[in-house]
Design a protein around this ligand. Structure first.
Ligand code: TXA
Ligand code: MG
Length: 350
C-alpha cells in the first residue's frame, strides 16, 4: 500500500512530515519532489532501505545513487574532505541542481556507490525535500522516481503511474520547475568534468571555476569512450514509441519532419511531433505539441519529460522531435533527447 500525501511547499503539514520522516527512519521508501525531478528516497546509511529503491525502480545494481542532504554537517559525516573547488561550487549553487562527487567515508554503504570510492551528493532546492531530510535527521538516497529507463517524473501523476504500490509513500508537491535532473560534476578531474549536463549549466559553472569540460563520452553516438557516470551508459528517457531527433538549419528540420510524418502517416502509423513555438503552426498532420520557444531552453526542459510521457498516453508509435541549440540548458535538453532517440538522429543540413 502506498500512502499519498498532498503537500503545499508554502504550508507544510507538520504531522504529515513527521509521519513521512518516520517512514525514512524505519527504512521505508518515500517519493519526494525536488526542483529538478521527483526522487525515490530512502535512508542512505541503511543497506536494507537502499535495496528497496533498487527493487522498486528495477534499477541495475552497478548504477550508483545520489545522496541528498539538508546541511553541511551532514556532508562532513559522510565524506572525507571538501575540496576547495567543491566549496566554491557549493557556495554558489547549493541548495540547487548541482551534484558533486566526494570521497566517501566508510559509513556510506557500497550499495549506494555501486562499489565506487566516490559518492554523489546534492542539497536540493525544495522546501519539502529539505524538510523531510531535516526531520529524518538522515541523508536520503534518491534516484529519479521513475521505473528504470523511462523519462524521469516531473509531476506527481508520473510517479503514481510508475510507482504506486511499490513504495511506502508519495509526496505530491506539484510540478518540478526545472524538469531535467541535476548536473553531475567531478571536481577531482583536472579540469573539473561534467559527467551529466543538467539544471546548472556549464556557462554558470564558469562564473565560479576557471575551466570545466564535458565528459567526451557524452557524445554517445560519435564517441568510443565509456561514460564516467555509470548511469549515462544506459538507454534512458525512452517512451514506448520510437523517438527520431532532427537537427540542423530550422527550415530544413521542419521540412524533413513534415516529410517523415507524411511517410509514416501513409503507412497508417500514429505520429507525434514535438516542435517549437516558432514552428508548430507549420505542421499540419500528426499529434502536434510544442516543447516551448527556442529562445527559452528552460521552458523546454520543464516540458520535456511530460511530453515524452504523453506520447505513451496517446499511443504514439513515432515521435518526431526538433533539436535545439546546444548551449545553456539546451545541452541538458539535447542530452536527454539524444538518449531518448537511442541514436536515431537525423542531420538535416543548414
Ligand atoms: O536531479 C537529480 O539529480 C535527481 C533528483 C531526484 O535529485 N536525481 C537523479 O538521480 O537524477 P539518478 O539516480 O536518476 O541519477 C544519478 C546519476 C546517474 O547517472 C549515476 O550514474 C550518477 O548520477 N552517479 C551517482 N553516483 C556517481 C558516482 N559516484 N560517480 C559517477 N556518477 C555517479
Ligand atoms: Mg534517473
Amino acid at each position: 500500500m502506498t500512502k499519498i500525501y498532498r503537500m503545499n511547499k508554502n504550508n507544510i503539514n507538520i504531522e504529515d512530515m513527521i509521519e513521512l520522516s518516520d517512514i525514512i527512519k524505519n527504512n521505508g521508501t518515500v517519493v519526494f519532489p525536488t526542483e529538478t525531478v521527483y526522487g525515490l528516497g530512502a535512508n542512505a546509511l541503511s543497506i536494507e532501505a537502499v535495496e528497496k529503491i533498487f527493487i522498486a525502480k528495477g534499477r541495475p545494481s552497478d548504477n550508483p545513487l545520489i545522496v541528498h542532504i539538508s546541511n553541511i554537517d551532514q556532508l562532513k559525516e559522510i565524506v572525507n574532505e571538501i575540496p576547495e573547488r567543491a566549496k566554491l561550487l557549493m557556495d554558489k549553487f547549493w541548495p540547487g541542481p548541482l551534484t558533486l562527487l566526494f570521497e566517501k567515508k566508510e559509513i556510506v554503504p557500497d550499495i549506494i556507490t555501486a562499489g565506487l570510492l566516490t559518492v554523489a551528493i546534492r542539497m536540493p532546492n525544495s522546501r519539502i525535500a529539505l524538510e523531510l531530510i531535516e526531520k529524518a535527521k538522515l541523508p536520503i538516497a534518491g534516484p529519479s522516481a521513475n521505473i528504470s529507463g523511462k523519462p524521469s517524473p516531473t509531476k506527481a501523476e508520473h510517479v503514481i503511474n510508475d510507482l504506486n504500490g511499490k513504495v511506502d509513500a508519495i509526496i505530491d508537491g506539484g510540478d518540478c520547475e526545472i524538469g531535467v535532473e541535476s548536473t553531475v560534476i567531478d571536481v577531482f578531474n583536472n579540469p573539473p568534468m561534467i559527467l551529466r549536463p543538467g539544471g546548472v549549466t556549464l556557462e554558470e559553472i564558469l562564473t565560479v571555476l576557471d575551466s570545466v569540460v564535458y565528459d567526451p563520452a557524452l557524445d554517445y553516438y560519435n564517441s568510443i569512450e565509456k561514460p564516467k557516470s555509470p548511469g549515462q551508459k544506459y538507454t534512458h528517457y525512452s517512451p514506448k514509441g520510437e523517438v527520431k531527433l532532427f537537427i540542423g538549419g530550422n527550415d530544413k528540420v521542419v521540412y524533413e519532419i513534415k516529410k517523415e510524418a507524411r511517410l509514416l502517416i501513409n503507412e497508417s502509423k500514429r505520429v507525434m511531433i514535438l516542435g517549437t513555438d516558432e514552428n508548430v503552426s507549420s505542421y499540419k498532420e500528426g499529434i502536434i505539441f510544442s516543447l516551448g520557444s527556442k529562445k527559452s531552453p528552460k521552458t523546454i526542459s520543464s516540458n520535456l519529460f511530460d511530453l515524452l510521457r504523453k506520447s505513451d498516453d496517446l499511443n504514439a508509435e513515432f515521435i518526431l522531435v526538433e533539436g535545439i541549440e546546444e548551449k545553456d540548458m539546451g545541452v541538458a535538453v539535447m542530452n536527454r533527447l539524444k538518449k531518448a532517440s537511442g541514436g536515431k538522429i537525423f542531420k538535416c543540413g543548414e
